[in-house]
Design a protein around this ligand. Sequence first.
Ligand SMILES: [Fe+2]
Length: 382
Amino acid sequence: MNISKFVTPEIIFGCGSLSQIGGSALRLGATKVFVVSDAGVIKAGWVDIAIDYLRQAGLESETFSALTTNPKDNEVDEGLAQYLQSGCDAIIAVGGGSPTDVAKSVAILATNGGELQQYEGINHIVRPLPPMIMVPTTAGAGSEVSQFTIIVDTARKLKMSIISKSLVPDIAIVDPELLRTKDRLLAAATGVDALTHGIESYVSLAATPLTDIHALNAMRLISANLRRAVDNRDDIEANTNMAMASLSAGIAFSNAILGATHAMTHQVDGLLDHHHGETNASILPHVMEFNLSTNPHKFAIIANALGKDTRGLDSSAAAAQSIEAVNQILEDVGLAKGLAEFGIKEEMINSLSKNALNDACLVTNPREASLEEIEAIFRRAL
Ligand SMILES: [Fe+2]
C-alpha cells in the first residue's frame, strides 16, 4: 500500500493581504498577539503596519525581535521567556525564515515544555501549539506553509531540523508588497533557497503527484521571474510571481521533505552563520550531479521547467541540462560562488560531512550517500 499525507495552512495571498491580519487573528480566538520579527523588518515599517491592523481589530500585541540570521536556541529561549510573561495567546511572525522559525519554536516550548533538542527529527511534538499566523517578507524560506522549523544548536554548532504536522501554521498571509524592501543579495539568496526547495522536493523519495505540481510550478516561476525580482525589487509582477513560487516550493518541500543539499547546507550555516540561500547556491549543482543518474527523466523535466529545450537530446544529456540551467541562474543573480569564499576549508569537511549524515533531510535524498561521497561533494563545492 502506498500512503501519503499532504498538509497546508489556510493561505491568504495577494497585494494588500496584510490588511487581513487582524480579522485572521480574531478568527483564531486571539486576545493578545506575540509578534516575532527582526530589526530589518521593523526598520522597513512592516511590523508597525501589522500592529496597526491588529489594533484596529481590537487586539493588543507585544513584539519580540532579539534574533539573528540562522536563529539560535538561546534566542528561542529568550523569546519563550518573554512570551510566557506577556499574557499573549497567539503567535504571529512578520519576517523571513528566521522570525518564522523562532515563532514556531517558541510555540513548541510554550505548550510542550523542555528543551528544543528533544523535538529534533520527525514527529516528536505531542501537545497542540498556540494559534500561529505567518507573514513572510522574503520569497524563499517557505516556512510560512511548512511543517519545519530549523534552529541552530549553539553547543553542537549545527542546525537542528524539527519536523511535525503541528508546525504547519494555521494561516499564512502572503502579501507580495512586503518583498519590496529586501536588498539585492537577500532577494537573490532567498530566491535560490526557493529554487533548491523546488528541485530537492521534486526528486525526493517522498515526492507525490500532489507535491510535484507545486515543485514544478515553483521552478517555472523562479526561472521566469527571479532575475527580474533581483534586478528591480519594485517590480510588483516579478515579486508576486516569486511570492507564489516560494509558497509553492514551501508546500512541496513541507510534504516531500528535501535532500542532500539541505542536509549539507544546514551544517555550513550552523558552523559559519552564513546565509542559507548562498550556501545552497554553492552546493546545489554538485548534489544534482550526484543525484542525476537516479532519475534522468525527472531531471530532464526540471531542465524544461527552468527553460531549457531538451528536444533531440538523449536521456542523460537532457538531464544534465538541469544543472546547466541552475548554473545560469546562479551566475545571473551573482551567487555562483564556492564554499571556500565563505571560509570553508578542507580540514572542516570531515566533521561537516559526519553531521550531514545525521540530518533528517538526507533520508529523502534520491541517492543514498556515504560519508566519503558527501565529503567528495563538499570538496567539489569548495
Ligand atoms: Fe532552505
